[in-house]
Design a protein around this ligand. Structure first.
Ligand SMILES: [Cu+2]
Length: 123
């Protein structure tokens, strides 16, 4: 008489397993708040390294908190054709799909001296 119970347990495991399996990388999204700060004279976006899996929908909130002038800094990922200008006090939302894997520089396209970062897209 235990057979039906065992079968039910097996079916439950299979159904749950299938549901977990349905969450593919292509369906996933990740949100980051990335803040531009100034530390001992160096300006940088932090976190400097963003790591996602290929296929992830990436949502960025860019905040320019650099107190000194100029009041605008760039946030660019040339490999993804992203080049935003972010004004102090005016956060900017950026969204893109990480559809190619690799390590891609993040720069301030306005100021080459700005400390750079990188977007890491895992295969
Ligand atoms: Cu800058």
């Amino acid at each position: 008489m235990r057979q039906p119970l065992v079968r039910l347990a097996l079916v439950t495991v299979l159904v749950l397993g299938a549901r977990v399996g349905l969450v593919r990388a292509e369906d996933a999204s990740m949100s980051f708040t990335v803040v531009n700060v100034e530390y001992e004279g160096s300006k940088m976006w932090t976190p400097a390294t963003l790591v996602v899996k290929k296929g992830t929908q990436v949502k960025l909130k860019l905040v320019n908190n650099v107190p000194s002038d100029p009041n605008q800094h760039g946030f660019a990922i040339p490999a993804y054709n992203i080049a935003e200008i972010v004004t102090r006090g005016e956060p900017k939302m950026v969204e893109f799909k990480a559809d190619k894997d690799g390590v891609f520089p993040i720069i301030c396209q306005l100021h080459p001296a700005h400390v750079g970062g990188e977007l890491v897209v895992l295969p």
